[in-house]
Write a protein that binds this ligand. Structure first.
Ligand SMILES: C[S@@+](CC[C@H](N)C(=O)[O-])C[C@H]1O[C@@H](n2cnc3c(N)ncnc32)[C@H](O)[C@@H]1O
Length: 234
């Protein structure tokens, strides 16, 4: 029988991770690390992140509600944003983590959210939708979690209709000062916590034909940002 990992084993692993040079481009993340991290987070995610990430979700959904038609929420997680979408929208949520999606499904059933069209296990970097499918695509607190953010941006662009919108809500890292130091330190644990705290905004700009329409700071303390892009007409 395999011996399960003891606390000293785990501490040793953490110590080793701290000694490893940090790769800011990957942030130590890969799909397996993300899946493992969110399997751990799923039971307590809402309790831990409800308040901190509340404003970003409200601001993001408010922006989506200005539009009409079909919406893709990539990295829907436990579905905390779902109750706030306008009832006339048709919302599809996707996520890599089955455990997070199971929570989202409970929320949809419990809240009788009839505007939620589907919740699917899917990689935001390999979306199984046809081109020009959705009127709006939104990813909240996701782009710094994925190993290949450019691939995700390209996928979001591809599945959005010409003239439609792609919206990101996220934390982007500081380039200097105390916050930058704290983010660099925390980044050593990126694969364990499941997101990359060192992630410059420039990494999501200029890799697609999406046009940045608005760059807006989001509470609390301007820690987060909402970027609204438009896909050019064909
Ligand atoms: C920080 S959580 C944010 C969840 C939700 N958007 C919210 O506002 O609470 C990040 C989510 O992205 C998901 N995720 C990570 N990588 C992904 C990928 N490549 N494709 C789809 N979802 C992914 C994780 O499983 C997790 O549910």
């Amino acid at each position: 029988m395999m011996r399960s990992e003891t606390l000293p084993d785990r501490l040793r692993k953490l110590r080793d991770r701290m000694k490893r040079p940090f790769d800011a481009d990957k942030g130590g993340l890969d799909d397996a690390a993300v899946r493992a991290a969110y399997a751990r987070w799923a039971p307590i995610y809402d309790m831990v992140f409800r308040a901190l990430l509340y404003w970003g979700r409200r601001v993001g959904v408010k922006r989506v509600n200005e539009f009409s038609g079909s919406v893709l929420e990539a990295g829907v997680g436990t579905g905390m944003a779902l109750p706030y979408y306008h009832k006339d929208l048709k919302v599809t949520g996707i996520d890599l983590s089955e455990e997070m999606l199971a929570k989202a499904e409970q929320r949809v059933r419990g809240g009788r959210l009839n505007n939620v069209d589907g919740l699917l296990a899917m990689d935001a970097g390999a979306l199984a939708f046809s081109d020009d499918h959705f009127d709006v695509a939104i990813a909240m607190y996701v782009i710094t979690v994925v190993p290949d953010p450019v691939k995700v941006m390209k996928n979001l662009e591809r599945v959005t209709k010409p003239g439609g919108h792609v919206i990101l809500v996220n934390h982007f890292s500081a380039s200097e000062g105390l916050r930058a130091h704290a983010e660099q330190w925390l980044a050593r644990y990126a694969s364990w916590v499941g997101w990359n705290p060192v992630f410059a905004k420039s990494r999501v700009l200029g890799h697609t034909n999406l046009i940045l329409e608005e760059d807006q700071s989001v509470p609390p303390f301007g820690l987060f940002t909402m970027l609204t892009f438009r896909k050019p007409e064909a």
